[in-house]
Design a protein. Structure first.
Length: 73
C-alpha cells in the first residue's frame, strides 16, 4: 500500500525495524535524502538513525552519530 509520499517513523532493531507510523520513506541522518522503505538497508540501533548507504553509515559510526557530522556555520 502506498502512503502518498508520507514520512515513516521507525524503531530500528537488529536485524529488522518496526514501523511506528506508516509511511513510504525515512530520511538519511547524514544526507537528509529520502530512503524508500523498500531500499532501507543501513541503520543504527544505538542511535536510531537511518542511512542511505554504507558510506553514510560508516561516516556516522566514525563520527559518533550523524549529528556530529553537521557543520555549524
Amino acid at each position: 500500500m502506498l502512503f502518498s509520499g508520507k514520512l515513516a517513523i521507525l524503531h530500528y532493531d537488529t536485524p529488522h525495524f518496526d514501523v511506528v507510523q506508516r509511511g513510504d520513506y525515512v530520511l538519511c541522518a547524514v544526507t537528509g535524502e529520502r530512503i524508500s522503505l523498500d531500499h532501507l538497508r543501513y541503520w543504527s540501533v544505538e542511535r536510531q538513525e537511518a542511512y542511505r548507504g554504507s558510506i553514510e553509515a560508516h561516516a556516522a559510526q566514525v563520527a559518533g552519530g550523524a549529528a556530529n557530522l553537521r557543520r555549524s556555520d
